[in-house]
Design a protein around this ligand. Structure first.
Ligand SMILES: [Zn+2]
Length: 229
């Protein structure tokens, strides 16, 4: 199992999920009861958001604990129908300890248009996001959704667009997963605005190489970018 939030209690992680849900809702990343968030708790136990509840109005008692088979252990509400997707990610990829799924509008616009955002345009996107693959369409709540996402995660992606649907961000902890979602939306929004103004001008190749070196040496994030291979 990967290194999860060491020393962070179940109560703190539960509260963090509620806070991230609020931010996702306030920023317009989710409408109605859309979206789901989860994290590893300890060996064979996971926290996840409930079904049919706005992510902006969750209380700690709504957050469920599920086991490796997806059985609900605690929580007053039924967990999200995407539990099987989250569990498959945790089972296959020990480096991942948190997963957040939402429909941020500008990122989702790329996913609906069938366009993977370009790399080599902005420093923060290079360092914190890297290449953002576009996964094939899979029906939400079904096993095929995991099949479309997992190949990209195995290839080191941390942020993935889901064709005609939305985005999934993963991380070593909850904040990394959430920040990736936030950065993805900001990046996609800037790309769309730049295109409206004229064009998206790429960074010079040498500058991108410099950023990748920085990413590896300063942040040790070579695990998170297939271009490091
Ligand atoms: Zn969705």
């Amino acid at each position: 199992m990967g290194k999860k939030d060491v020393g962070v209690s179940q109560e703190q992680l539960t509260r963090q999920i509620c806070e991230i849900g609020c931010r996702m809702y306030d920023k317009g990343f989710v409408a109605g009861n859309d979206g789901n968030i989860s994290c590893r708790l300890d060996e064979g136990r996971y926290l996840c958001t409930p079904a049919d509840v706005s992510k902006g109005f969750m209380e700690p008692a709504d957050i469920a604990v599920v086991d490796d088979e997806g059985n609900q252990l605690t929580g007053r509400l039924e967990p999200t129908s995407e539990v099987p997707l989250h569990l498959r990610i945790y089972h296959e990829l020990p480096r991942i300890n948190a997963v957040a799924h939402a429909h941020p509008p500008h990122a989702t616009a790329f996913a609906v248009a069938g366009i993977s955002p370009p790399v080599g345009v902005m420093p923060e996107a290079e360092i914190y996001l890297g290449p953002i693959p576009l996964a094939d369409y899979g029906t939400p709540g079904g096993p095929e959704l995991a099949d479309t996402i997992l190949p990209h995660l195995r290839n080191k992606a941390g942020t993935i667009l889901l064709a005609n649907h939305g985005a999934v961000a993963c991380g070593k902890d909850l904040m990394q997963a959430y920040w990736r979602l936030e950065r993805l939306e900001m990046y996609c929004r800037i790309l769309i605005l730049s295109k409206q103004l004229g064009s998206v001008r790429p960074l010079p190749e040498a500058k991108v190489r410099q950023l990748l070196q920085y990413k590896k040496k300063r942040y040790g994030m070579d695990e998170d970018d297939p271009r490091m291979d």
